[in-house]
Design a binder for this molecule. Structure first.
Ligand code: ATP
Ligand code: MN
Ligand code: MN
Length: 305
């Protein structure tokens, strides 16, 4: 069939000389999804996926034997990788370590060959690892929080950021919640990004104590939405847009326009099957303009008070 031919062509074009070994291995046992299907998924969304990960230190979640066996959160270089970039960066301990970063489509497919299912970039690039260029508010609903409250929380965060003069962008995580992403250009030092994120989260929790909590202790989260601002320190990661998740159903972290929030039903509305269909229908990038925005935190802290 012509469709099959076209997809074979696309595969060859995106991953020149990377052989997927064990292509028929089922890596999502509950869903019957194979390693080859994972590679095909990333190949099919590649032009959308790459801008969020290229030249950013990126951890991967590898599940070589599938999602129901051991999975590893890997941030450092693996011997045998030929296409993936590696960058020596300072660790929290002060020691140097060699971090992984995707350079291109081949890097991504090579990581899939090495068992990667999820991709988690820093909010910074290898060129300027000490400058945050993405602040992420990770909205984590506790038990018993209905979806309409999560959606309302994201809408409120969006509105309050706008009142501070900051444009923000929405994504499902492929899990339970949503991410609200604030691009910074030029970037700012990590302590400034974290200070802002913490101050914003705390003031929100203070103003709406029955809706939000901003402290990391899990005990009191029942019925509340935790605004996890801890994604915003040097070395922290958040899931990449269009990344698969190593969870039942092979869900996908999906960027959305703000006007799509109303029809969303959960943080995992999109999966390995529906995400490429959505992208085929899209006429423009839901995060259009994110790289052209010029905004930073310099005058924002004063307004937060
Ligand atoms: P959900 O909507 O279900 O909360 P999420 O991606 O926001 O999905 P969280 O648990 O809230 O998941 O966020 C955890 C974040 O911490 C991940 O996005 C990831 O980048 C990072 N992370 C996950 N596992 C590890 C790990 N083992 N070590 C360090 N960081 C991790
Ligand atoms: Mn989360
Ligand atoms: Mn979280």
């Amino acid at each position: 069939a012509p469709a099959a031919k076209a997809s074979a062509r696309r595969k060859r074009a995106t991953a020149a000389d990377i052989t997927i070994t064990h292509p028929d291995r089922v890596v999502y046992p509950g869903d019957g999804i194979t390693k080859q299907e994972v590679a095909d998924y990333y190949a099919s969304v590649m032009t959308w996926f790459l801008p969020g990960v290229v030249n950013r230190p990126t951890s991967v979640i590898r599940c070589p034997e599938g999602t129901e066996k051991a999975c590893f959160f890997q941030k450092h270089m693996i011997r045998g990788l030929k296409h993936v970039g590696s960058a020596k960066l300072k660790e929290e301990s002060g020691a140097q370590a060699t971090y992984i970063y995707p350079r291109d489509a081949d890097s991504v497919i090579e990581l899939v060959q090495f068992g990667a299912l999820e991709f988690h970039p820093w909010g910074a690039t290898i060129a300027q690892p000490d400058q945050a260029d993405r602040v992420v508010f990770d909205l984590d609903p506790g038990e018993d929080v209905a979806w309409d409250r999560v959606a309302a929380a994201a809408r409120l965060v969006h509105k309050l950021l706008a009142q501070l003069g900051l444009a923000s962008f929405l994504r499902t995580t492929g899990g339970k919640g949503l991410h609200v992403v604030v691009p910074l250009n030029p970037g700012c030092p990590w302590p400034q990004a974290k200070g802002f994120a913490q101050a914003f989260a705390s003031s929100l929790a203070q103003a709406h104590p029955l809706e939000f909590i901003a402290t990391a202790s899990k005990a009191r989260r029942g019925g509340l939405i935790y605004i996890d601002y801890l994604r915003n320190s040097r070395g922290a990661t958040s899931v990449a847009s269009y990344s698969l998740r190593a969870r039942t159903g092979a869900p996908v972290a999906m960027p959305l326009r703000w006007n799509e929030l109303g029809k969303l039903k959960s943080g995992h509305d999109f999966d390995i099957h529906s995400a490429p269909k959505r992208l085929a229908r899209l006429r423009s990038d839901p995060w259009e303009g994110i790289d052209e925005l010029r905004q930073n935190l310099d005058e924002v802290m004063d307004k937060l008070g």
